[in-house]
Design a protein around this ligand. Structure first.
Ligand code: PBE
Length: 311
């Protein structure tokens, strides 16, 4: 039913793999240098980070809202010569980890909740012009008609609600060597009280195909696997399908997919929401307190996007 969309999703998955391969996966051990102390003189203010980083902001998939906002940032702050490099969420965190280990400067398009804040000491660059917007919510959206066809699924999706801490905990598990499916199973077992609120009073069902769409961002891999398993446990036959961002929205709006838990609003996906709001059902926030922006390691001696305009 989703063949064309799926193909797009697979292509996006493939290019992520290729990008990762192109990055070399950190195999150049010969250049590894553990003697970091030598570069630690307090000369940071004289450092031209732009030159050191080749005037590159490490981006993710170009269809992501945070990628587009980063490109707007380059314009709004007149960061001449800077470029937001397209990549993938996985390649971005690999690049961040490699730079962090060597204490090298790096700027990434970042978002919270995200396990990288638990793993590394990072900060958001201040954004005095407000290009990245304020705090956001992550909303659940379903296709029109779901409430009538599959009222139990609709109700659980409508009830689905958790906190940034919940989401970050499971993301952190997935960032190690645990599969998203296993991490979701474990999270559900450990958080029975929370999950039981989502399914409280909802009747079990006997089958019925349900398709949830998402993008392979770390947040959405975690959330989609959790709610997918909860619906599976209720009796549905659930498929979770990774797509590109715009295609995910389109799939729910056209009714080709049943729903998604990945709508970042009001800013990050604001343009897509505007395009599709009349063709889908917005069930409101499943999480409050999300955020996007430019993120750097705390050891970097800059605090604001304005500091990047150093010639
Ligand atoms: N993200 C994660 C997405 C939304 C979820 C911030 C990378 C985006 O920028 O579109």
């Amino acid at each position: 039913m989703l063949t064309r969309l799926k193909r797009l999703g697979i292509i996006s998955g493939l290019s992520a793999t290729l990008l990762l391969a192109a990055c070399g996966g950190g195999s150049d051990d010969a250049t590894e240098n553990n003697d970091e102390g030598a570069g630690d003189d307090d000369a940071a203010s004289e450092v031209n980070y732009g030159e050191e980083m080749g005037y590159v902001i490490t981006g993710i998939e170009p269809g992501a809202g945070v990628f587009q906002a980063a490109e707007n940032t380059v314009d709004e702050y007149e960061l001449e010569g800077w470029e937001v490099q397209a990549s993938s969420s996985g390649a971005m965190t690999t690049a961040l980890g490699e730079a962090y280990d060597k204490e090298e400067p790096i700027i990434v398009t970042g978002w919270s909740p995200h396990w990288k804040f638990a793993e590394y000491d990072l900060k958001y660059l201040e954004d005095p012009k407000g290009v990245f917007g304020d705090a956001e919510t992550i909303n659940t959206a379903v296709r029109e008609g779901l409430e009538d066809d599959m009222p139990e699924a609709y109700e659980v999706l409508d009830n689905f609600n958790w906190t940034p801490d919940d989401l970050e905990a499971i993301m952190l598990e997935i960032s190690t060597d645990i599969s998203p499916e296993d991490a979701a199973t474990a999270w559900i077992e450990e958080n029975e009280d929370k999950v039981s609120e989502w399914v409280d009073g909802v009747d079990e069902v006997d089958g019925g195909e349900l398709e949830l769409v998402y993008v392979e961002w770390d947040t959405e891999i975690a959330s989609t696997n959790v709610i997918g398993q909860v619906l599976e446990d209720l009796g549905y036959d659930v498929t979770v399908t990774p797509l590109d961002n715009a295609v995910m929205w389109e799939a729910v709006a056209t009714g080709e997919a049943d729903g998604m838990v990945a709508a970042w609003l009001p800013g990050t996906h604001g343009d897509l929401y505007e395009q599709y709001e009349d063709e889908l059902v917005d069930l409101g926030p499943n999480l409050e307190g999300a955020k996007i922006g430019l993120v750097v390691p705390s050891y970097m001696d800059i605090d604001s996007i304005e500091d990047l305009d150093i010639k």
